[in-house]
Design a protein around this ligand. Sequence first.
Ligand code: R5P
Length: 291
Amino acid sequence: MHIIGGTASTALAERVSRELGNAPFGIPFKKRFPDGEMYVRVGGRVEGEDVVVVQSTRTDEDLVELLLLLDAVREAGARRTFAVVPYFGYARQDRRFFPGEPVSARALCRHVELDADAVITVDLHSAQTLAQFTKPAFEASGIPAIARMLRERPVDVLVSPDKGGVDRVRRMAQLLDKPWFALDKKRIDSEHVELAFPAEVPIPIAGKHAVLIDDVITTGGTIVEAAKLLQKRGVGAVSAACTHGLFLRDAFERIKAVTDEVYSTDTLGNPAEKASVAPDIAQILRREASP
Ligand code: R5P
């Protein structure tokens, strides 16, 4: 099995290679043509091998690179190609909200699987997106990675900032054997939210260390409001953990100002990266790909 690390996921790809007993690992050559178009070239002999391209698609540029790398690998005679897309961009538009809109997540699934025999991603925005792939598609979870890291830290209670995250926080609570609850969230617009405590909070939280668990932090609006709300109830410390840390603009600084710690996995490089999903991706590859 060969692992290829795209520009957006080089470090994670290398970690996956190490998890697989130092599977051959390569970084493609990349440059721009004078007109701005991207050029990539994959080195090494991959003919007849299973090849894994690891590339998050946070930007449109990342997406083009992923599509070019998958085509290059197929051209080079790979036996099977695995697209590992740790952060799968466009996943939030998973349905048509207004007439005239695309189902962007579905459009991206179709294009990514064009030159891939299987797709592996991490914590997709919604489970229905996985069903949009017509080829084998697998979703790793960021929860075990965050749980491995939180086990080493003092944690009293886990909190989901919204009801949509109940399954996630419940799973984390099972892994860490901690109590949990979910806040009520009302989204005002893409940057602003209103949060409230549920009618019943299962345990007293004054003086406790609460950890907010979310799948993605984007503008930081949700976590900032949630942290402030918990502090009003007198928590002793509040931390925030997510799988995908996008941290747009000054989101990281704003969150740091109201929390004790910020944790994220390595699906996107960021200053909060303290847990790796490499073991979880490697586990799927060990099962699905040939060594
Ligand atoms: C919502 O469904 C997600 O789980 C996150 O809570 C949300 O996307 C975070 O966005 P922001 O950081 O912009 O509040």
